[in-house]
Design a protein around this ligand. Sequence first.
Ligand SMILES: C[S@@+](CC[C@H](N)C(=O)[O-])C[C@H]1O[C@@H](n2cnc3c(N)ncnc32)[C@H](O)[C@@H]1O
Length: 270
Amino acid sequence: MARPRPIRITEVDDQRLGDYAALTDAALRKRYEHQHGVLIAEGPNPVRALVTSPYPVRSFLVAEERVEAMAPVLASVRAPVYVVTRALLEELVRFRLHQGVLACGVRLPAASPAQVVAGRRRVLVLEGLNDHENLGTLFRTARAFRVGGVLLAPGCADPLYRRSVRVSMGHVLHVPFARVETTAAALELLHGAGFATLALTPDTAAPPIDRLALEGDRTALLLGAEGPGLSAGALTGTTSTARIAMADGVDSLNVAAAGAIACYELARRG
Ligand SMILES: C[S@@+](CC[C@H](N)C(=O)[O-])C[C@H]1O[C@@H](n2cnc3c(N)ncnc32)[C@H](O)[C@@H]1O
């Protein structure tokens, strides 16, 4: 393995650091990342996940005292390794970055929903998931329980945004996803491919997921937004609704918690 050859940078406005500027400015970052087709992985685990993912690495940015510890990762792909002092790093990204390591990856062309579903036995469909942390957590769960792909119905945030990549521990970079124009289009695709579709809802009229008989070998789980939950179209257009039984007095689970339990239930059944 080649040793990484660090490139020391001493000016915060050096153009080579442009990909990492103002990471806490959400509006600016969304614009920049889409214009330049990039994503940011922050912290050792997300950076490790990036180098083993299908996304090419554009560069690494490392605080000087972290170069040695990260050397095997930095040497695993051919990309520039920019090294800066901790003070310059934090001035650049505009927050305290305890772990002192970031990488910039290149976004891939969007996959089609059909590509994401092809050959998969388990799929998630997310509706209105506009919170990067819930989204990241659900992708981490998807990878943990061998869910092969995720369809993002309208209202979902960008799963490759930095907060989502970080919360997912980088697993979002290993789970294929695609946007669908409507939930109805996702259901049409899934039903045409022989999937049973389960709309997850806390509604006590829905059958408990652990007692539900699953038809066939392919199952998709639908999860809804924190406030409104799933749309009427999702609740009526799926093969079945399903609920995770809860104690009286609790009206719902956080969507990422519900997703984890439901994905585990599917994984448990093989
Ligand atoms: C905070 S809940 C939304 C609550 C909303 N009032 C509703 O009735 O769906 C967000 C999502 O998590 C899932 N969820 C939450 N609790 C659940 C439960 N006990 N059983 C199944 N799904 C649940 C559903 O997919 C829901 O759309």
